[in-house]
Write a new protein. Structure first.
Length: 343
């Protein structure tokens, strides 16, 4: 009997494979190394290849799609309910195959190599920014232990440290002075690396039509635009604009029982990095947008006048920006000041 759905539990070296027929019965159950898996799937007749959307899944998915297979990637949390009895690799592969057969299952869009490249640049930049923040905090602690306190702000600390390192005095011991100088040089190196990545994002946004449309939206800059393209592509996997906001975790968490709905804080599901960028962008755009005589401005003004907490207004605006971004990607629309979105 031919395989209709092939469930693959990916591993670093060994992968578990379960093939099911049209009736859902398991007809293949094997464990094989990655290269053996690639050769095995290449020889199979066209079928559905299901995997969890994890590291390496998009690369293998593109290879299998080239061989004529239909690729279905799923979030691991959606596969978990289909894993029966004890957890092992075979059961995981079987659960993946069963989850892929469900008509209501939500699938992850297969990313292109360009999307993965942009995603990688964002992840490297995020790591560098975290390293710089940790280094700055350590420098502040070192100076605080020696009685020197700098005002809040990265630039003020930068100027204060440079002045301290150039002047002669007994504030710091010779060894600590050398150490602070080395940390300051490391800080400059991190700054240059981050700025180089920022320049790459500017070039990417300048040369991409979708990114240019996204940057026309208030609060959506170069970082937000490129991160959105890397995460959702043309947004074709979202049927409605609100689906993108829900996927980003920008909608209220719902707890409904006995027909009585109870709305809680935002779900914080999905892409944490992208949600953070959108919220920061909304916070920056809120003062100007809330003063504008546009439908968006009047909507924000109404929430503020009703006494809605500022943070709630910021998150609501971030959700609105995500929905406008969906229209910009899916319908190739451009934001204009007088109207929320136009084609």
């Amino acid at each position: 009997m031919s395989i209709v759905i092939l469930g693959i539990d990916l591993g670093k070296n060994a992968c578990s494979v379960v093939g099911v027929d049209a009736a859902g019965a398991v007809i293949v159950r094997r464990s094989m190394r990655r290269q053996t898996l690639i050769d095995y799937v290449a020889k199979l007749p066209a079928c559905i290849v299901a995997m969890e959307a994890c590291c390496g899944a998009h690369h293998l998915g593109r290879m299998f799609a080239t061989a004529g297979h239909e690729i279905r990637l799923m979030s691991p949390e959606y596969v978990r309910p289909y894993v029966k009895a004890q957890k092992n690799d075979d059961r995981d592969a079987e659960g993946i195959a069963e989850a892929a057969s469900r008509p209501t299952m939500r699938f992850v869009e297969l990313k292109t190599q360009e999307q993965l490249d942009i995603q990688t640049l964002h992840r490297v930049r995020s790591r560098l920014v975290t390293e710089r923040r940790n280094l700055i905090n350590q420098l502040r602690a070192i100076m605080l232990e020696r009685g020197t306190i700098f005002p809040v702000g990265r630039r003020k600390l930068e100027l204060g440290l440079d002045a301290l390192l150039t002047e002669e005095g007994a504030t710091l011991s010779p060894r600590v002075r050398r150490l602070v100088g080395e940390l300051r040089a490391e800080w400059r190196d991190l700054d240059s690396k981050i700025e180089a990545l920022n320049g790459e994002f500017v070039e990417l946004a300048r040369n991409d039509a979708a990114a240019r449309r996204l940057t026309s939206i208030p609060g959506v800059g170069v970082l937000n635009a490129t991160a959105l393209i890397a995460a959702v592509g043309d947004a074709s996997s979202f049927a409605k604009a609100r689906d993108l906001g829900a996927w980003l975790g920008l909608v209220p968490r719902q707890h409904t029982t006995d027909g009585k709905p109870r709305m809680l804080g935002i779900t914080k599901r999905g892409n944490t990095y992208l949600r953070t960028l959108l919220i920061h962008g909304a916070r920056a755009a809120l003062p100007s947008l809330s003063q504008s005589e546009t439908p968006l401005g009047r909507w924000l003004k109404g929430m503020i006048e009703r006494g809605v907490h500022r943070n709630a207004v910021v998150v609501a605006l971030a959700n609105k920006l995500a929905r406008i971004a969906w229209a910009a990607l899916r319908k190739e629309a451009t934001f204009e000041r007088d109207y929320p979105i136009t084609a």
